[in-house]
Design a protein around this ligand. Structure first.
Ligand SMILES: Nc1ccn([C@@H]2O[C@H](COP(=O)(O)OP(=O)(O)OP(=O)(O)O)[C@@H](O)[C@H]2O)c(=O)n1
Ligand SMILES: C[C@](O)(CO)[C@H](O)COP(=O)(O)O
Length: 229
């Protein structure tokens, strides 16, 4: 039984440059709902999630038109110029001793079973967290000037997914330390690793894709359909 106070932190303040769309990708529609609505519905409906804090762009005029923006569990903070800043802004708003379940708005296909397995990971502590991840199954090449320079041993490589689950105050301090050291981190685990903490790898559903490029939309639509079947 989980006695922790768990807050889902949703970085949703990006502008989706790589999607090349007229609006930020989290507001594109799949199966009649925005990507952000799909994501927030899955997090806010999870029985182990006590509340949700969404980091939205300062100029975002779309979020509060969504009915889910009025969900009793959901509140917002202003995002920053980088994902790490958006997450840090949300972490500062959390009650002391919360646990942060950080999940990209751009990952609407996350399944509830994976969220439960991540939260229920054994032996977590303020200095030991856990992330969903997927083992690499392709042969990986390092490239230089358009040619293969070498083949990377994939046997111990994983793709980091989200959610990533950490003690909120420890994670905030880790992000602050990375920022003070001018280190760019692209996920919560990187900040925690740099701070010398441990991160458990929890095998997650490969369909939990991050919608980044236009081609990802049809794949996400497929995986969303699988969940609703
Ligand atoms: N300053 C930022 C940048 C990103 N994000 C969020 O972090 C998640 C993962 O980032 P990414 O996929 O890179 O989204 P964008 O930054 O919007 O995409 P791009 O890099 O193509 O602009 C997304 O849900 C995005 O909204 C955020 O909250 N604040
Ligand atoms: C957090 C993340 O989704 C883990 O794979 C990834 O690092 C986000 O990267 P992005 O460039 O901000 O999309």
């Amino acid at each position: 039984m989980n006695s922790r106070h768990i807050v889902a932190v949703v970085p949703a303040a990006g502008i989706g440059t790589r999607m090349q769309s007229d609006i930020p990708k989290q507001y594109l529609t799949l199966h009649g709902k925005t990507i952000l609505e799909h994501t927030l519905e899955r997090l806010s409906s999870h029985s182990l999630v006590d509340s949700v804090v969404v980091a939205i762009h300062p100029d975002d005029r779309l979020f509060f038109n969504l009915p889910i923006s009025r969900h009793v569990k959901i509140s917002t903070v202003t995002g920053g110029s980088e994902r790490s800043e958006s997450v840090s802004n949300a972490l500062q708003a959390l009650p002391h001793d919360s646990w942060a379940l950080v999940h990209d708005a751009a990952r609407p296909c996350v399944c509830q079973k994976d969220i439960t397995r991540l939260i229920d990971t054994e032996d977590l502590s303020p200095t030991i967290g856990a992330i969903l991840a997927s083992p690499v199954s392709d042969t990986l090449k390092r490239g230089s000037d358009g040619y293969v320079s070498d083949t990377v041993d994939r046997s111990q490589l994983w793709r980091a997914l989200t959610p990533q689950f950490f003690h909120a105050h420890t994670l905030l301090n880790a992000y602050r330390q990375a920022h003070l050291n001018h280190l760019t981190v692209t996920d919560e685990a990187s900040a925690m690793e740099l701070a010398g903490h441990k991160v458990k790898l929890i095998n997650g559903h490969a369909g939990n894709i991050k919608i980044t490029h236009p081609d990802d939309l049809s794949l996400a639509a497929f995986y969303l359909q699988q969940e609703s079947d």
